[in-house]
Structure formats: C-alpha cells, structure tokens
Write a protein of this length. Sequence first.
Length: 202
Amino acid sequence: MTIKNATYIKSSAFIAQCPEHHAPEYAFIGRSNVGKSSLINMLAGNKKLAKTSATPGKTLLINHFEINGGAWYLVDLPGYGFAKRSKTERAKLENMIAGYILQREQLTNLFVLIDCRHEPQQVDLEFMQWLGESGIPFSIVFTKADKLGKQALGNSINAYMKRLAEDWEPLPPYIVTSAETRQGRDELLDYIESINKEITQS
Ligand SMILES: Nc1nc2c(ncn2[C@@H]2O[C@H](COP(=O)(O)OP(=O)(O)O)[C@@H](O)[C@H]2O)c(=O)[nH]1
Ligand SMILES: [Mg+2]
C-alpha cells in the first residue's frame, strides 16, 4: 500500500473531541521515547508530521492524522510509564489513554511499541495483559532496530517473545522496525492494508 497523503487533523484531550468519521484508526502506544512519533513519520514519509523529541513525555494529547484523504487514520497516543510525571498528571493521562482504547469505536488495531534493545519490562507486560483482558486487538512493533546488529537484534526479539509466550497463546503478531532505515515500513503498511480489506469485506 502507498501513502499518497498524510495530514495532521487535531489533538484531543478526550474522546468527545476526537474527529468524527467512520474510517479505521490505527493507534500507536508505548513508553515515552520508544519512537511512536518517529514511526508515524516514517510510515507517512514526512519527518515533520508528528512532533518527535529527544526529551521524553512531551505528547500529552491524542493526535489524529488522516491518511489518503480519510481512508484511514494514524493515531499518536501519549506515552505511558514516564517516571518524571506527577501522580495526578499520570492518572489523568492513564484515564485519557484508557478512554480512547476502550471506547473509541473506530480503533481497529493498537500497535504496542517496544524498544528492541530492552528486556521485557513490567509496565509493558501489564499493559498488554490489560489489553488482553479488555479484548483489544493489538500487535507489537519493535522499534529502533538500527541500534542493534543483526544477531543481537534476533536474540533480543527471541528473548522477548519467549517471555511473552509465558502469558500468551497464541502470541501477538509482531513487526521489527527502524525509523532511521525504514525497516519494516512495507510490512507494517501491508499489515494495515490487510486489516482494512477485511473490514470492507465484512
Ligand atoms: N536510532 C533510532 N532512533 C530513533 C528511532 N525512532 C525514534 N528514535 C529517537 O528516539 C527519540 C524518541 O523518539 P519519539 O518518536 O519522539 O518517541 P515517542 O516519545 O515514543 O514519540 C528521538 O530522539 C528519536 O530520534 C529509530 O528507529 N532509530
Ligand atoms: Mg511522541
């Protein structure tokens, strides 16, 4: 699938503010700094579309990007697990994220981003557990693949999936990506296209 155009629509603090449409939404979530905004820009082929930052914890809103004239949407969600936030700020963000994930009818698939260099972290494992219990369809996207050599990358992902196999049967699908080298771009776009096709057929 090709992305012909990608347009920023708006940033919303809660679901009632989100854009009104009936197209599928693909949302990206994960810890602050995992590479959500960079991945969206890499997919869209526009480095300036979503704001990226070397300082974690900057995205505090739900950001909608319209793809191919509204055929579908990419959604950049705030990062979770950012330690430097106050308790009340964290609770507010968690409510916003949970509200979107549980109530947004257009949400078609959630991509949970994991830095390929990291060992399984409790916050991510618990988040995926919660998604499972809530019946939310999700897939894993490993980010920053350019930061590891081929062998180390393979080992790290195998170890991660092995840990997930303790909780999951079948395992969630996963895609390995890099915003730097554009690794995984076609695979991710084909994956989205196949889900879009399934929806229009049903
Ligand atoms: N080397 C490398 N750096 C990345 C990649 N993706 C993101 N980054 C860097 O990681 C930092 C956080 O990225 P950002 O997209 O803002 O993360 P977010 O907080 O999850 O939205 C930025 O400094 C990015 O340049 C990647 O695939 N490879
Ligand atoms: Mg971001």
